[in-house]
Design a binder for this molecule. Structure first.
Ligand SMILES: Nc1ncnc2c1ncn2[C@@H]1O[C@H](COP(=O)(O)OP(=O)(O)OP(=O)(O)O)[C@@H](O)[C@H]1O
Length: 286
């Protein structure tokens, strides 16, 4: 269960890097190059340990060595200006990209230790993805789209049943036989969420899941993700530019120039805006 019911008793405010590091490690913020997201002392669903990513032989450092731990049953926003390293962090954390240094663990399994086939299997079975462009397969029915991650491991009656349950959980149980194109943008994104949840993954990574939606539809999609966390114990890590979206989360982690520079516990849109303004242009959605 995410965050308990003490939202108002944890107004910690914005912390600078030094304070965030101290909170995370529970000690006096000794130096070093790493930046920590102060989310969980014990890890759980996801742990990044000194994860960095460089390009062009080190000429471009997209992500400096970063530590981040996300407990099970948490909803975490990753924010920051354009080019601050959000996608890089997400790609490394989700096993879509190999970090230049450091370790990523999903439920304690170190991704770097896996060969490509095992990593692919782990991504399919233990990680869910929701993208801005929901990537539904137009030639398949809604139910078949939801069942897709299960069908790659072989389709059977249980697969169909699980897909139906996932579809019902996003309120689209009656649209199982439709094609994705027969649904609205918001409904398609709900199908994508059902597909991400159907394997009961350790972590769902969402990259701007509401970026293409109007505010009201975005609200519904975020409420759905929140429900998946609160009611079903899912863990969601979401990249977003939108302070209103971040306000649905338990924590917001802010990146700037490839480093975690602030963490907000129980963020609200106003405080998120304040941090984003401080971080400068490109941080806030238009
Ligand atoms: N393949 C690559 N080769 C070289 N540089 C890259 C590559 N991918 C990303 N970068 C650089 O790494 C930095 C971080 O990029 P990243 O896409 O992670 O930022 P972001 O915060 O997700 O940005 P946005 O909000 O605009 O999507 C940027 O300076 C980017 O130009």
């Amino acid at each position: 269960m995410a965050g308990g019911g003490c939202r108002d008793s944890h107004r910690e405010g914005v912390r600078d890097v030094q304070a965030a590091r101290s909170d995370a490690v529970g000690e006096g913020g000794a130096g070093g190059e790493r930046e920590r997201g102060a989310l969980s002392p014990g890890g759980g669903a996801l742990a990044l340990d000194g994860v960095s990513r460089a390009y062009r032989g080190g000429a471009v450092i997209a992500l400096h060595p970063t530590d981040l731990a996300v407990e099970r049953g948490r909803f975490v926003a990753v924010m920051g200006p354009s080019g601050s390293g959000k996608s890089t962090l997400l790609q490394c954390a989700a096993g879509l990209d190999r970090p230049t240094s450091g370790r990523v663990r999903v439920e304690g399994v170190e991704l770097g230790s896996l060969k490509e086939a095992a990593l692919t299997r782990l991504r399919r079975e233990r990680i869910g993805f929701v993208f801005q462009a929901h990537n539904l397969v137009p030639s398949l029915s809604v139910a078949e789209n939801v069942a897709l991650p299960l069908m790659l491991g072989g389709a059977d009656e249980a697969t169909t049943r699980r897909a139906a349950v996932a579809l019902a959980s996003v309120g689209l149980g009656d649209r199982a036989d439709d094609r994705p194109t027969e649904l609205s943008g918001g409904q398609q994104q709900r199908v994508a969420i059902a597909r991400a949840l159907v394997t009961d993954p350790a972590v769902v990574f969402a990259d701007e899941p509401t970026g293409a939606l109007d505010p009201s539809t975005a609200h519904d999609v975020l409420a759905l993700l929140r429900q998946a966390v609160d009611h079903d114990g899912h863990t969601v890590v979401m990249v977003t530019h939108d302070p209103a979206a971040a306000a649905w989360c338990d924590e917001a982690v802010f990146l700037a120039e490839g480093r975690v520079v602030a963490t907000l516990h129980r963020p609200d849109a106003e405080r998120v805006h304040a941090v984003m303004r401080r971080l400068g242009r490109g941080a806030v959605a238009a």
